[in-house]
Design a binder for this molecule. Structure first.
Ligand SMILES: Nc1ncnc2c1ncn2[C@@H]1O[C@H](COP(=O)(O)OP(=O)(O)OP(=O)(O)O)[C@@H](O)[C@H]1O
Ligand SMILES: [Mg+2]
Length: 217
């Protein structure tokens, strides 16, 4: 099973947007997907409640906030959304059960400063040091013509974190999320540009089999 953690303690960095879109993309690939939500605001699970039964299904992964357990057997992919201010102790526990860590990041000075501390803490975690988990970042709401966007790759390089892709700022995200959908539930002709932006992330996640991570240690 592929287990993907979406984390950035900075609020509003795009965690739930990333988690719901990843889950939806895997569902369209006919994978058995579970979506877990450790956020007390339950943004991802709220979205799941709105999702039409006509769309590719995503199962709810009920994961206890205090007793973090592995996703149930039978699924092929588990995506886990986390809250802002996710505590270090919890992160350490969750890192034991995932293979991929994706950090969404906005290209603003405030967000980069907040994420710098987080990346330093992440680098110290045993699972990261041992390369049992693969860590990558995704630029969210990026306008490629801005100076802020050009600073993002250099910033991430300092922490040796790959910038997997950048996702543009478009109202399509808000419009689809509020209907229990994602961009991937829209006709392909409407999202050609966005699909191309997401593709490097899907390739990155699919590159190594989950077993390879722990077996390599
Ligand atoms: N690429 C995008 N284009 C436009 N709006 C976006 C994009 N990505 C995210 N948003 C919007 O930004 C806001 C914050 O995104 P989201 O809720 O996914 O962040 P979050 O990290 O989960 O927040 P929190 O820390 O509160 O859980 C939302 O209103 C969302 O619709
Ligand atoms: Mg959220």
């Amino acid at each position: 099973m592929r287990k993907i953690l979406i984390v950035n303690p900075k609020g509003g960095s795009g965690k739930s947007t990333l988690a719901t879109h990843l889950a939806s993309w895997f569902a369209w690939q006919e994978a058995k997907v579970m979506l877990g939500d450790l956020d007390k605001q339950h943004s991802s699970h709220h979205w799941l409640n709105l999702r039409s039964a006509q769309l590719p299904q995503i199962a709810r992964w009920e994961i206890g906030d205090d007793q973090i357990a592995r996703p149930p057997k039978g699924s092929q992919v588990a995506v886990l959304d986390t809250p802002a201010c996710f505590a270090n102790g919890k992160l350490k526990k969750v890192l034991k059960i995932v293979d991929h860590v994706i950090v969404p990041i906005l290209p603003s000075a405030f967000d980069l400063w907040a994420s710098a501390d987080f990346f330093e803490e992440l680098a110290e975690m045993k699972a990261v040091r041992r390369e049992e988990v693969q860590v990558g970042a995704v630029g969210m709401r990026v306008n490629s013509r801005t100076q802020a966007a050009t600073q993002l790759p250099a910033f991430l390089q300092k922490f040796d974190i790959p910038l997997i892709t950048c996702i543009r700022d478009t109202q399509l995200y808000n419009q689809t999320i509020q209907r229990g959908m994602t961009l991937f539930d829209l006709p392909a002709s409407k999202i050609m540009r966005d699909q191309a932006e997401w593709q490097p992330l899907f390739d990155w996640v699919m590159r190594r089999t989950p077993q390879a991570f722990r077996a390599a240690v």
